[in-house]
Design a protein around this ligand. Structure first.
Ligand code: COA
Ligand code: MG
Length: 284
């Protein structure tokens, strides 16, 4: 099994040259070069060609490169899809999908993109929450769901207060949909980017819910996010212990054993293998 770490996924405005350049050296697992909400209408065309040129030029190392296009219903959507497809990033992120047909439409618009270019979608409308299963299962090209919590707050009138408890059902629904269809799922952004303690707590909450990583808006958030979403030394050590225990000849035929006073089954062995693979993928 090979894993692509998607712990830290940093947005940057496609019109911001300095950010696009700086990103070549930032320790984020993935970069979303944005053409949508962070780019003003009059800067859309310029940002589109700038982002396409950046992807074509490369120099981003192991970082996964993602272009976020404007909604397919907007005046820019089709041109963005064409330019992004021609540039051939690792993925194209399509905002505001609400049903399987929206995903199918995006895939159709990717017909000239290279095969390695996957589709990611924003989960940020009330209807997308209700149809998370059909969206996640719509197309093979889909690789990840990305929570758009700012839009969800706007559309649902729910609040992020009190540890996002009003959003938790939506976050969990997306985790379930992603897991049911073998996709990754990335948590929404934390707007107060100077509040380090609040940010760490929200990363931890996302990890607890089963998120693979978190979307970020500022380079100052990367280190904390990588830390929270990496397997801890304790988890890695426990995984090694499970491997060693099941490797003992007397346990070869056993489905369940006792380790440090705890029940350990073969499903825990499978989980330990995943932890080890992620830890290995992170080191590179
Ligand atoms: N990606 C890459 N570099 C970034 C960055 C980002 N998202 N955000 C800031 N930087 C860089 C700045 O260019 C600056 O670089 P420099 O020191 O070499 O000049 C440095 O980090 C420090 O920036 P800072 O002054 O702390 O932030 P700011 O006030 O300039 O910008 C934001 C704050 C929120 C406007 C900016 O971080 C941003 O645009 N974030 C992304 C917004 C976005 O994409 N939203 C859409 C999805 S929600
Ligand atoms: Mg949005």
């Amino acid at each position: 099994m090979t894993f692509r770490p998607r712990r830290s996924v940093l947005y940057m405005p496609g019109a911001n040259d300095r950010a696009l350049e700086k990103a070549r050296t930032l320790p984020a697992d993935a970069l979303i070069l944005d053409l949508e909400d962070s780019v003003a209408p009059e800067a859309k065309a310029e940002a589109r060609s700038r982002v396409a040129a950046c992807v074509t030029a490369g120099g981003y190392g192991r970082r996964e490169l993602v272009i976020r296009v404007n909604g397919l219903e907007t005046p820019w959507g089709s041109d963005d899809m064409a330019a992004a497809g021609a540039a051939g990033p690792d993925a194209i992120l399509v905002p505001k999908v609400s049903r399987a047909a929206d995903v199918a439409r995006a895939v159709l618009l990717m017909k000239d993109a290279p095969a390695h270019t996957r589709l990611w979608v924003m989960m940020e409308t009330p209807l997308a929450m209700l149809k998370a299963d059909e969206i996640a299962g719509a197309e093979k090209r889909l690789a990840a769901l990305v929570l758009g919590t700012n839009d969800l707050v706007k559309e649902t009138r729910a609040s992020t207060a009190q540890n996002r408890f009003a959003l938790v059902p939506m976050l969990s629904l997306c985790v379930l949909a992603a897991r049911a269809h073998g996709l990754d799922v990335i948590d929404g952004v934390y707007n107060d980017f100077r509040d380090e303690a609040g940010f760490r707590a929200e990363c931890e909450q996302g990890r607890l819910l089963g998120m693979d990583g978190k979307t970020l808006i500022h380079p100052g958030q990367i280190a904390t996010c990588n830390d929270v979403f990496s397997p801890s030394p304790e988890e890695v050590a426990w995984s090694q212990k499970i491997f060693a225990a099941f490797a003992q000849p007397e346990n070869a035929a056993k489905g369940v054993i006792t380790l440090d006073g705890k029940m350990v089954e073969r499903l825990h062995l499978a989980m330990a293998e995943r932890v080890a693979a992620i830890a290995e993928a992170i080191v590179g």
